[in-house]
Ligand binder design. Structure first.
Ligand code: NAD
Length: 344
C-alpha cells in the first residue's frame, strides 16, 4: 500500500516508519503541504495522508479522484480543512478521532499558568540575572470561574484539571453530557451566561459554520473586563482582529493561542529572520499579555505514536477489510464518524 504523506515534519517520521514497517504500509514523505499545486505528487498512491493545514477542497478532491487515489487519511481529529460535502461519494475520508486529549488539555493549562504567573517573563528576566519582581503579580486560580466551550474528550480532561485547581466550571456544549453537570463544581449554562460570569474562557469545540468567530467583538463585550481567553482548538473560532481590539482596550486581560485564524500561512515553519506578513499576528505576538504557540498542543510522544498507529490501522482496515470505524461521512449526519464504517 502506497501513501503520499504531505506536510511532513521530522517528528512525524519515527512513529509512522515504525507502524508502516510493522503493517507493510509504504509512506512516501513530502515536506510540502497538499494543495491544488502539489496534488500531482500523489500520482500512483493509494491514499494521501494529511494534517491540519493541508487543503482538501473540491479541486484537490477532483484531481485525487482522476489519479485513482481513493482515500484521504487525516492524521488529526479536526476536519475543517476538508470539503466533506464535496468529498461524499467521491473519496473516503478517515481520521484519528482521539490520540491524546491529555496532550491538548495539559498544554492549555500550561499556557494559562505561564500567562497568569508571568513565567514567560521570569524565564527571560532571570537569564539576564534580573531578579526583580516588579510587574510579576499574578492571581490564584483557586476559586476562579472557568468557562469551557465544548465538553468532548479534550474539554472534559481540561475540566478535570481545573477542578484539581479548585476552580468552578461553567460549561457550554451543543450536546451537553448529563453526567458532567454536578450542579456544584460543573454547571452547564447558556453561552451568554458563560461569557458574563467566567474569569477565564477556554475553547474546545470544533470549527463549524456555527462556531466560526464564536469569539468576536459582540461576545467579548459580554465578558468580564480582564477575561483570559484560551484557544487550543481552531483559529477561526476567534475573530483575531476583534481579539486584538479587546487586548488594546483592556477588555481582554490575556490571551493564550495555540491556533490562529490564518495559521496555515505560517505555523509549523521557521520564519525567524523574515518580515512577518501578517500585521494582526505580529501585533498580537508583540503584546506582553499574549502567548502564542504554533499549534503544538498535540505534540507529545504519546500522541504522535497514537496518531501513527491509528492512521495505519485506519488504512489497513479500509484497504484490507473495506471498513474503517473512523471514516467520516457526510451522509451519516453532518460529517460525523460514519455509523457503517464505510460511507459509500
Ligand atoms: P470532541 O468531538 O470529543 O468534542 C467536541 C465537543 O464540541 C463535543 O462535545 C461537541 O458536542 C461540541 N460541540 C460541537 N458543536 C458545538 C457548538 N456549536 N458549540 C459548542 N460545542 C459544540 O473533540 P475533541 O477531541 O475534544 O477536540 C476538540 C477540538 O480540539 C477539535 O475540534 C480540534 O479542533 C481541536 N484540537 C486541537 C489540537 C491542537 O493541537 N491544538 C489537537 C486536537 C484537537
Amino acid at each position: 500500500m502506497k501513501i503520499a504523506f504531505f506536510d511532513t515534519k521530522p517528528y512525524d517520521k519515527p512513529a509512522f516508519d515504525k507502524f508502516g514497517a510493522e503493517y507493510g504500509v509504504d509512506f512516501k514523505y513530502y515536506e510540502t503541504k497538499l494543495n491544488e499545486d502539489t496534488v500531482g505528487l500523489a500520482e500512483g498512491a493509494d491514499a494521501v495522508c494529511v494534517f491540519v493545514n493541508d487543503t482538501v477542497n473540491a479541486a484537490v478532491i477532483d484531481r485525487l479522484c482522476e489519479m485513482g487515489v481513493r482515500v484521504v487519511a487525516l492524521r488529526c481529529a479536526g476536519f475543517n480543512n476538508v470539503d466533506m460535502k464535496y468529498a461524499y461519494g467521491k473519496i473516503h475520508v478517515l481520521r484519528v478521532p482521539a490520540y491524546s486529549p491529555y496532550a491538548v488539555a495539559e498544554h492549555t493549562m500550561a499556557l494559562l499558568l505561564t500567562s497568569i504567573r508571568r513565567i514567560h517573563k521570569a524565564f527571560i528576566r532571570t537569564r539576564d540575572y534580573n531578579f526583580s519582581l516588579a510587574g510579576m503579580t499574578g492571581f490564584d486560580l483557586h476559586g476562579k470561574t472557568v468557562g469551557v466551550v465544548g465538553t468532548g474528550r479534550i474539554g472534559r480532561v481540561f475540566i478535570d484539571i481545573c477542578r484539581g485547581f479548585g476552580m468552578k466550571v461553567l460549561a457550554y456544549d451543543k450536546f451537553p453530557a448529563k453526567d458532567l453537570d454536578d450542579g456544584d463544581t460543573v454547571k452547564y449554562v447558556e453561552l451568554d451566561e458563560l461569557f458574563e460570569k467566567s474569569d477565564i474562557i477556554s475553547l474546545h469545540c470544533p470549527l463549524t459554520e456555527e462556531t466560526y468567530h464564536l469569539i468576536d467583538g459582540d461576545s467579548l463585550a459580554k465578558c468580564k473586563r480582564g477575561v483570559v481567553l484560551l484557544n487550543t482548538s481552531r483559529g477561526a473560532l476567534v475573530d483575531a482582529e476583534a481579539l486584538l481590539a479587546g487586548i488594546k482596550s483592556r477588555q481582554v486581560g490575556a490571551a493564550c493561542l495555540d491556533v490562529y485564524e490564518e495559521e496555515s500561512d505560517f505555523f509549523f515553519e521557521d520564519y525567524s529572520g523574515h518580515i512577518l506578513d501578517d500585521d494582526t499576528l505580529a501585533r498580537l505576538i508583540s503584546m506582553p499579555n499574549v502567548i502564542v504557540t504554533s499549534h503544538q498542543a498535540f505534540l507529545t510522544e504519546e500522541a504522535l505514536y497514537n496518531i501513527a498507529e491509528t492512521t495505519v490501522l485506519n488504512l489497513m482496515g479500509f484497504f484490507e477489510n473495506g471498513q474503517c470505524p473512523n471514516e467520516l461521512c457526510y451522509r451519516c449526519g453532518s460529517a460525523e464518524d460514519c455509523k457503517d464504517g464505510k460511507c459509500f
